[in-house]
Design a protein around this ligand. Structure first.
Ligand code: AP5
Ligand code: MG
Length: 188
């Protein structure tokens, strides 16, 4: 099985690119953000707890998302692998992902990191707010806090994965199609 991480700051285009990648390589796209928004929409106890954290732009506890990922690995069938979007985003999650893969006798296939400048993050998310109505897109201060959280807690993973030799950066500026072609040329 293939296990890819789609990495990058909020608004980089992870969700936008994931569909075409998953289709082309027969991967299951797993977005922890989307799974959490599903729990919120369904009004589950987990969703109720996660909502306040997400709406303020904070991360949910590591154990919550780690459990979601392992559950998907255990239950999803009929694919050649997984495309992780928004996970891991702390060093603790990265270590647990390695442990989960180790228990399965598997290893990470690659980390594809979509890079855009912070100024573009703001523009893209403000634009998405008008279309999708995500609660965590509604206020500039929350978007700024998500960017800060990315820099403090998630960006350190770049060094973690660079040392594994399976880390590749993609320029996330330009059109959706241009970014997609850059990603496909790496995955081939
Ligand atoms: P999550 O849903 O993962 O949000 P995020 O990381 O902030 O990323 P986004 O979904 O905002 O960005 P994206 O890269 O998918 O961009 P998109 O493709 O939509 O997480 C939400 C929250 O859940 C977190 O804050 C946290 O609370 C919690 N959470 C999730 N995972 C967690 C974890 N592992 N641990 C703890 N907590 C966790 O693109 C953005 C916009 O730009 C769209 O409008 C799109 O159309 C547009 N766009 C994309 N590409 C282009 C382009 N090339 N040109 C022009 N526009 C473009
Ligand atoms: Mg997304």
């Amino acid at each position: 099985m293939k296990y890819y991480i789609l990495f990058g700051p909020p608004g980089a285009g992870k969700g936008t690119q994931a569909g075409a990648m998953a289709e082309k390589f027969n991967l299951r796209h797993i977005s922890t953000g989307e799974l959490l928004r599903g729990e919120i929409a369904a009004g589950t106890p987990l969703g109720l707890k996660a909502k306040a954290l997400i709406d303020d732009g904070n991360l949910v506890p590591d154990e919550v998302v780690e459990g979601m990922i392992e559950d998907k690995f255990n239950t999803v069938t009929g694919v050649d692998g997984f495309l992780l979007d928004g996970f891991p985003r702390t060093e603790a999650q990265a270590v647990v992902l390695d442990e989960i893969l180790g228990r399965r006798g598997e290893a990470l296939s690659g980390v594809i990191s979509i890079m855009i400048p912070d100024s573009m993050v703001m523009d893209r998310i403000r634009h998405r707010a008008e279309i999708e109505g995500r609660a965590d897109d509604a206020r500039d201060e929350v978007i700024r806090h998500r960017i800060e959280t990315y820099h403090s807690k998630t960006e350190p993973l770049i060094a973690f994965y660079k040392s594994s030799g399976r880390y590749t950066e993609v320029d996330g500026t330009g059109t959706v199609e241009e970014v997609r072609e850059r990603i496909f040329s790496i995955m081939k």
